[in-house]
Write a protein that binds this ligand. Structure first.
Ligand code: C2E
Ligand code: MG
Ligand code: MG
Ligand code: MG
Length: 282
């Protein structure tokens, strides 16, 4: 694997490294022991409601640390985990951990967890989730699952039944990265998503007149179908102003808050006091 240059050096995993195929195999092997060896963790990125101007939830994002301290981004290790099947255990671990950590910190917040299509296809997934909710003592209404639109997935009857079972548990189903693939529109026909997350690429194009018109058309389409709208990737005050003008429900992005470990969530030390805001000031 990529060698760290010094003892505490954290080097970004480089997918273009000539030793990449070795790296891929090593990551694959590591993913099988990642939970027991404590190599995976979750960071949480705030989700802000634009009309109330309050943080009302967080998205859980997975991180993998190699034995030498190298951080591997999820864009690299999630596809590997999907290929080897390690995503099943990692995915359940993420739901359990997110419930335990966020629920302990904040009784108001909804936590959204990214879910791979492979998990939705697997029989018994909804049953496992129900068991976790029971174990942790959390209601499904505190959870949202994000499904990425860009991914190829045939919405067959097994997947649709799984989604409907999850909804019965009270879990909200969100469509992630809307606009990055061709699946989004047909999925909107099949699934009653609570919230649609518009991919950050639209926002980044959205500052030109053409991009703005495009963004506003897409928002109209989603809104007319009765879904709530979240725009991700807000990096500037100007972008935030545009989204306020467009009356977007929720926003996420570095300008609103970066992903951070659980101890940065509000009131972790005093879980039973009334809350005023989810995140401590930076
Ligand atoms: P995503 O679910 O669309 O998450 C948003 C990604 O954009 C995150 O990258 C986040 O750190 C990044 N981001 C947030 N705000 C901004 C911003 O203002 N500008 C820019 N340029 N980027 C921003 P991250 O954490 O590297 O995750 C990448 C993807 O990996 C996620 O995209 C998600 O699809 C996947 N992923 C992460 N954790 C999990 C997981 O637990 N399970 C599964 N199945 N997938 C995961
Ligand atoms: Mg997501
Ligand atoms: Mg995604
Ligand atoms: Mg996304």
């Amino acid at each position: 694997l990529a060698k760290a240059n010094g003892r505490n050096t954290v080097k970004l995993f480089n997918p273009n490294d000539p030793h990449n195929s070795d790296d891929t195999e090593n990551v694959a092997a590591l993913l099988n022991i990642a939970i027991e060896k404590d190599l995976v963790s979750l960071v949480y990125q705030p989700i802000k409601n634009l009309s109330s101007d309050r943080i009302e939830g967080v998205e859980a994002l997975m991180r993998l640390r190699l034995l030498d301290g190298t951080l591997v981004p999820p864009s690299i290790f999630i596809p590997i985990a999907e290929r080897t099947g390690a995503i099943m255990d990692l995915g359940l671990w993420a739901v359990r951990t997110a419930c335990q950590q966020v629920i302990r910190c904040d009784r108001m917040a909804v936590v959204s967890v990214n879910v791979s299509p492979i998990q939705l296809k697997s029989p018994g997934f909804a049953t496992s989730i129900a068991a976790i909710l029971g174990d942790v003592g959390v209601s499904g209404g505190r959870l949202a699952f994000e499904i990425t639109e860009g991914l190829e997935m045939d919405m067959n009857s097994d997947v649709l039944r799984c989604i409907s079972d999850l909804k019965t548990l009270g879990i909200k189903i969100w469509l992630d990265d809307f606009g990055t693939g061709f699946a989004g529109l047909s999925w909107l026909r099949l699934i009653d998503f609570d919230t649609v997350k518009i991919d950050k690429s639209f926002l980044h194009d959205g500052m030109t007149p053409r991009g703005k018109a495009m963004l506003s058309d897409i928002i109209g389409l989603i809104r007319n179908r009765g879904h709530k709208i979240l725009v991700e990737g807000v990096e500037t005050a100007e972008q935030l102003e545009l989204l306020k003008e467009l009356r977007i429900d929720q926003v996420q992005g570095y300008y609103v808050g970066r992903p951070a470990p659980v101890d940065k969530l509000r009131d972790c030390s005093a879980p039973y006091l009334p809350r005023t805001g989810l995140m401590r000031p930076a």
